[in-house]
Design a protein around this ligand. Sequence first.
Ligand code: NAP
Length: 256
Amino acid sequence: MNPGRLQGRVAIITGGARGIGKAIAFKIVQEGALVSLLDILGDLVAQTAEELRAIGGKALGLKADVRQKEKVGQAVQRTLDHFGRMDILVNNAGIVQPALLEDVKEEDWEAVVNTNLKGTLICTRAVLPTMKKNRYGKIINIGSRSSLGKELRTVYSATKAGLIGMTRTWALELAPHNINVNYVGPGPIATELFKASNPEDSPKTRALVNGIPLKRMGEPEDVANLVSFLASDESSFITGQAIFICGGLTVGIAHY
Ligand code: NAP
């Protein structure tokens, strides 16, 4: 593997077993990072870590629920014990429970808020002592274009908009410690899961693509490329920013 811009850096990626988190893991491993994947799906996260090792990467797959402080703390400690350092955190684990405003269930509110917001808080607090001690850190919160509004996303959009506030606040609090905090807001991304339930030529998928100014779905690798840049020293003067990666959807909305 060629030395890349993340050579020797250690990254924790939550929700790294599949989808966007997995693509981020592959990208940053190719850039030289060592990764620890945290996911609620124990078997799958072990398999993904194995796939990364098969391409010559150094990877750990750890079962952990981001809502559980103790389990997250143990996973961070295992990462430190295994790799000896910790530099990058990608808060990627997230869930969505689509529902109309009138139909939002209280248990869905709890699950989505606890995963998307509280989980991000728990994971970030777990890595902070190390990042502060080292006076180095890159935190990337994965939000969504839906933070700007989307039908059937009352709770989800609230959490992803909340993450922007957290990102901006943490950027200010952590700047004196040389820790950068940024937010990446993907638009529709064609993960394997999405492709499985939305065939490329279905009328629903075609209508979705047609509404995107760049006329294509995003790929997990599009998001991974941006995260890799924000995790590197090439972006060291960027902090507290929300960057949408959505084929121009946010601009499209501004026209209406
Ligand atoms: P995904 O395929 O569902 O992958 C997310 C992974 O996180 C899954 O393995 C999931 O397990 C895991 N996870 C869920 N809750 C967890 C918890 N409490 N603790 C640890 N792991 C947990 O999702 P994705 O589409 O790649 O999305 C990744 C991120 O991008 C999310 O934050 C999402 O909101 C955001 N995003 C995605 C899109 C898109 O179009 N795909 C667009 C905008 C934003 P389970 O399967 O058991 O839940």
